[in-house]
Design a protein around this ligand. Structure first.
Ligand code: FRU
Length: 539
């Protein structure tokens, strides 16, 4: 970030210029994390898609290498679209991706095909050069699938019969599909009799992801692992809503089927990784630290004219570790990877701060646009909670209607970040506790409506909720602030919300941090810890 580029970030991955979308081919190989990404070398808008490539040893500092894949073959002439990496043996990383081309044999002259690339030199830990194999394209769409709805191969895994499996996102009528393919040599693929999974009325499934997760603990597990103590997560990116939905369930390798643990939370209709901006995400197993990492694409909330003006568009969300929530066994917890803590600098710590009705308390001692903030509130007098029925599908609307400035009973209370000293600009992250039919719930809201004096921005509020069990004594919120991105993690990572904001006054060192309570009941801050964050390096 600089005076002329106040929205560039300090510790989020972004190329030096132009348009970026999905993360691709994530892997940990010979000591390096590899991030590939959909990138337009020519403009700050989508088009001419190539695979950009960056490597890192800590997922904080990145080194951008030469492009890994560019459109230069008949089957990918219009773009090298999303795909994944699989390490198929010692020293054998492989990329699968979707080629987008115009070929006369197709009904509509536009086709998505699957292709494969291998490293020129797999003993180079940076894997700088990639070669597309001669057998490409390795797959074209089956006859009952529209060839423009057939893309985004997953990382492959080995099933109980010893053969490879992988998924491709598709749709038939309005049913979202994860088509399943099998192979013994990784080059010749055969379609399985049934898709691994499908859900009616969810539309095109982009960028599917299937991975195992341990029933207990925070550790991750290698992608082919299955058996006792292992469940699976299926994630799909819905083209229609532009959100990433996941469902926890069982992958039965013998029958090649996926059974959601709770049908009401099935893929595309249930839980979201993030209730703000976060799309086309992917996970990978980090064999270095034994954890599973999730990275998602975070696009802009400004117009493409703005993007062209500033010369770039989109960020990758800060990498998160994911594991099963032991409280529910059917949802995930997500938390920024621990490496981020090495960027923490000047800090402030507060405890037992009462927040009376209507209070606004500046947190002094940290300032600026790069912060990591953790706050914990004692649960207030719960008998004062207003009665309000919320279900997962209406929380965003409820959050927008409430807004941070409403005077409710138990809330809204929380944090104002990227706030100007006159408070005209502020991004509010708040809780709002209600009594619903199924017990107490805390709405978790991200209110961007006053985030910037500039117009021509999407300032929609985002929200979700956490259920408050009898055992609970506090509400917790962690917020990462980095110039134009705000990532919130509520109740230890049960609910995550990412937003993009473009303050005009609260930039550089003119951004302030506040605690607030606009509810009529008092709340108490048990603890607050906030750090100014150093910048990471992108070369
Ligand atoms: C998701 C997506 C993918 C596609 C890629 C093209 O954002 O539409 O389905 O492969 O982006 O850039």
């Amino acid at each position: 970030a600089s005076q002329s580029q106040p929205y560039r970030t300090g510790f989020h991955f972004q190329p030096t210029k132009n348009w970026m979308n999905d993360p691709n081919g994530l892997m940990f190989y010979k000591g390096y994390y590899h991030l590939f990404y959909q990138w337009n070398p020519y403009a700050a808008v989508w088009g001419n898609i190539t695979w950009g490539h960056a490597v890192s040893t800590d997922m904080l500092n990145w080194r951008i290498l030469q492009l890994a894949l560019v459109p230069d073959q008949w089957y990918d002439l219009y773009g090298c679209w999303s795909g994944s990496a699989t390490i198929i043996g010692p020293d054998k990383p492989v990329l699968l991706y979707t080629g987008w081309s115009n070929v006369s044999f197709s009904r509509d002259n536009q086709v998505q095909m699957q292709a494969m690339a291998v490293p020129e030199n797999s003993s180079d830990p940076l894997l700088e050069k990639w070669r597309k194999i001669e057998e490409n394209p390795i797959l074209v769409a089956p006859t009952d699938i529209n060839s423009t709805k057939f893309r985004d191969p997953t990382e492959a895994w080995i099933a109980s019969d010893g053969k490879w499996r992988m998924l491709i996102g598709a749709k038939r009528k309005n049913r979202g599909l994860a088509l399943l393919y099998k192979s013994s040599d990784f080059v010749h693929w055969e379609q399985a009799k049934h898709p691994l999974h499908s859900v009616p009325r969810t539309g095109m499934w982009e960028c599917p992801d299937l991975y195992p997760i341990l029933v207990a603990g925070k550790n991750g597990i290698e992608t082919s692992a299955n058996g006792h103590g292992v469940m699976h997560v299926l994630k799909v990116s819905l083209d229609d809503t532009k959100h990433d939905y996941y469902t926890v369930g069982t992958y039965v390798s013998d029958t090649d089927s996926f059974l959601p643990a709770n049908a009401a939370l099935d893929a595309g209709i249930g839980l979201q990784y993030d209730y703000g901006k976060f799309y086309a995400s992917k996970t990978f197993y980090d064999s270095g630290k034994g954890r599973r990492i999730l990275i998602g694409w975070v696009n802009e909330s400004s117009s493409s004219e703005n993007d062209i003006g500033k010369g770039w568009s989109s960020l990758q969300g800060f990498p998160r570790q994911v594991w099963l929530d032991g409280d529910t066994k059917n949802s995930l917890l997500q938390w920024p990877i621990e490496e981020i803590e090495s960027l923490r600098r000047k800090s402030v710590s507060l405890s037992n701060v009462p927040l009376k009705a209507g209070s606004l308390v500046e947190v002094r001692g940290v300032e600026g646009t790069q912060l990591d903030v953790e706050v914990e509130f004692d649960l207030p007098r719960m008998d004062l909670a207003e009665a309000l029925n919320v279900d997962a599908s209406n929380v965003q609307v409820t959050c927008s209607n409430l807004g941070a400035s409403r005077h409710g009973a138990l809330g809204p209370f929380g944090l104002l970040v990227l706030a100007s000293d006159d408070h005209v600009e502020q991004t509010a992250l708040f809780f709002y506790i209600v009594a619903s039919e199924h017990g107490w719930k805390a709405l978790v809201c991200s209110d961007q409506s006053r985030s910037s004096l500039a117009r021509d921005l999407d300032k929609t509020s985002y929200g979700s909720y956490v259920s408050i069990s009898q055992r609970e004594t506090s509400l917790r919120l962690r917020v990462l602030v980095d110039h134009s991105i705000v990532e919130s993690f509520a109740q230890g990572g049960k609910v995550c919300i990412t937003s993009r904001v473009y303050p005009t006054k609260a930039i550089n060192n003119k951004a302030h941090l506040y605690l607030f309570n606009n509810g009529t009941a008092s709340v108490q801050v048990r603890n607050l810890l906030a750090w100014e964050m150093a910048s990471a390096k992108i070369d």
